[in-house]
Write a new protein. Structure first.
Ligand code: NAP
Length: 300
């Protein structure tokens, strides 16, 4: 008897911080045929997944390329952070991904963000109404709404992604400042629920195999899952927790205790994420637990 071919899993943004671990773990699981889209960065040497060149700003081409792959599952992790990328990549790029998923009937796991919330309250649940205050959060909310037009979409909202083993995009400004011998100032008034990359990847792979959007319900927030880690931290405490794994001394991190007048950054975007755990069985661990994992030794 011939075995059925494994389902094709396409990850957009496969060279990004989340995407590169996702494609690696998906391949290691042996349960998918793994394809990843690449844009400006080349795939890592020896990558064992299939690299597909794709520019989401070329919407029609993106729709055609993704559609031709006939994926069973698409994890849409690609995005652009520059101001001029917000609309073309995040909003219009998502539109192209959604059209392709509709054509093939693929399950779409759409990566969004905790910054769809304005931070006025914190401990947000999926049923809370988004109220973004940053252009990035606004674009991501618009993309979520487009993504949810496809009935086989699940929106996943992580908080700050990190991994003690590799500096994350959210750490770039700290590392840049320290490299220039400046003391970075970190907000003690800005709270988030940082998400350990490996835990999010594990949850996404469970959703890719078993996720059934129709079982998540049709009510407000039904096909949305929050994916914040179990511990809420301010930005200063978060950088202090990661210091033992990086090349800096926590003493060099200054505290920024209060927002300046007119600062639009959300103060408290912490998430309640127990729904993701009940759907996937994966608990998103908090920063203190993750940094204490024996497989993640601090630097000497
Ligand atoms: N990082 C966080 O702390 C965080 C927090 C909450 C939510 N999220 C969400 O999680 C997802 C993954 O984030 P990440 O940190 O892994 O992102 P990342 O490291 O910045 O990677 C973004 C990926 O998107 C690709 N990309 C950029 N422009 C593109 C275009 N025009 N066409 C096709 N691909 C393009 C990039 O490729 P090139 O580099 O080659 O251009 C890269 O592979 C995003 O949806 C983000 O909004 C991230």
């Amino acid at each position: 008897m011939t075995r059925a071919a494994p389902p094709a899993l396409v990850v957009t943004g496969a060279t990004g911080f989340l995407g590169r671990t996702l494609v690696a773990r998906a391949h290691e699981s042996g349960r998918f045929r793994v394809l990843g889209t690449v844009h400006r960065s080349a795939p890592p040497e020896g990558a064992e997944w299939e690299a597909i060149p794709l520019d989401l700003c070329r919407e029609e081409a993106a729709e055609r390329i993704l559609g031709n792959l006939s994926p069973s599952v698409v994890v849409h992790a690609a995005y652009g952070k520059e101001p001029d990328a917000l609309h073309p990549v995040i909003v219009e790029g998502t539109r192209a991904v959604v059209r392709a998923c509709k054509k093939s009937g693929a399950l779409l796991l759409h990566l969004s963000t905790d910054l769809v919330f304005g931070g006025g309250r914190g401990r947000y649940r999926e049923t809370d109404l988004p109220d973004p205050v940053l252009p990035y959060g606004e674009a991501k909310l618009e993309a979520e709404r487009i993504a949810l037009h496809h009935e086989r979409t699940i929106v996943v909202r992580p908080s700050l992604l990190y991994d003690p083993l590799e500096p994350a995009p959210c750490e770039e400004f700290v590392l840049r400042a320290l490299a220039r011998e400046r003391r970075p100032k970190l907000h003690t008034w800005e709270k988030r629920s940082p998400t350990f990359r490996e835990d999010l990847v594990a949850a996404l792979l469970v959703l890719a195999e078993t996720g059934n959007p129709s079982l998540l319900g049709k009510d407000e927030g039904g096909r949305v899952l929050h994916a914040g880690g179990a511990t809420d931290l301010d930005r200063h405490a978060f950088a202090v927790a990661l210091a033992p794994f990086r090349s800096y001394d926590a003493e060099l991190l200054d505290r920024d205790e209060a927002p300046r007048e007119g600062d639009p950054r959300p103060a408290d975007c912490t998430l309640v994420s127990d729904r993701l755990q009940s759907v996937t069985g994966i608990r998103l661990r908090g920063v203190p637990e993750v940094v204490a994992l024996p497989r993640i030794p601090p630097r000497d």
